[in-house]
Design a binder for this molecule. Structure first.
Ligand SMILES: O=C([O-])CC(=O)C(=O)O
Ligand SMILES: [Mg+2]
Length: 230
């Protein structure tokens, strides 16, 4: 018989590294991580404008059943992001504002879920950020066991408890715990480089010249024509 577990774990990234990742955001951290780590684009924020980075606390639930979210909440602490996956595809609304209220009371930053959520107006009003596969009012049961703090796959991406989860309007990414310091350092370097480029672009420089792309166009056979010759 399958064993269902609730794993108690405190390991996670340094708070300063999580704060830094929240500042950089998903696109920068993803590039800095060697274009890795992204959760599939089907997970979207339920409202725009949030940017968080926190320690992953994971739930693996039976579809249509939120018992294990209840079981998980006492394992959560300030600075965490709750990550919910289901054992087969489900868009049922297994999370809403009452769960968010419990998580907020513990200092949890937000929810990333491969399933559905509901109470979007209330979640928006309380500014509790959620990235989900679906918004669906479909109610769920509390009857089937699952696990807390085991590795899960969310929209194609493996997330292990204690990893850093970064989420904003561009989507969601995961930085494995051991990689966090290196990704923070690479993100800072990338941001400094982009600041220099931004200043040059604002002054009128073209990417074509800054990146020396004219020889590439020529090598690839792209020809410039005047309108009358086209
Ligand atoms: O209670 C549920 O099943 C989900 C929900 O709507 C809430 O958390 O408010
Ligand atoms: Mg509700």
């Amino acid at each position: 018989m399958t064993q269902h577990v609730v794993v108690r774990t405190t390991k996670g990234p340094a708070p300063a590294d999580l704060a830094a990742l929240a500042g950089f955001g998903v696109a920068t951290a993803h590039e800095a991580a060697g274009r890795t780590g992204l959760v599939g684009p089907e997970l979207r924020p339920i409202y725009p404008g949030s940017r968080i980075a926190g320690r992953a606390v994971t739930v693996l639930s039976h579809p249509g059943d939120n018992l294990m979210i209840h079981a998980c909440i006492e394992q959560c602490r300030a600075g965490d992001v709750l990550v919910v996956a289901t054992t087969s595809r489900s868009t049922d609304g297994m999370f809403g504002e009452l769960f968010a209220t419990q998580l907020r009371a513990r200092g949890v930053l937000g929810l990333v879920t491969d399933a559905g959520v509901r109470d979007v107006a209330e979640l928006t009003a309380m500014d509790f950020p959620v990235w989900s596969r679906a918004v669906h009012a479909q109610g769920t049961a509390k009857a089937v066991p699952g696990s807390v703090n085991v590795p899960v796959v969310v929209a194609g991406r493996l997330i292990t408890p204690g990893d850093a989860v970064v989420a904003d309007d561009d989507g969601v990414m995961c930085v494995p715990l051991a990689d966090v310091p290196a990704v923070v350092a690479a993100s800072a370097a990338r941001e400094a480089t982009e600041a220099g480029k931004r200043a040059q672009f604002a002054a009128g420089t073209l990417g074509l010249d800054l990146y020396d792309l004219r020889p590439t166009l020529e090598r690839l056979g792209v020809v410039y024509l005047d309108e009358d010759d086209a």
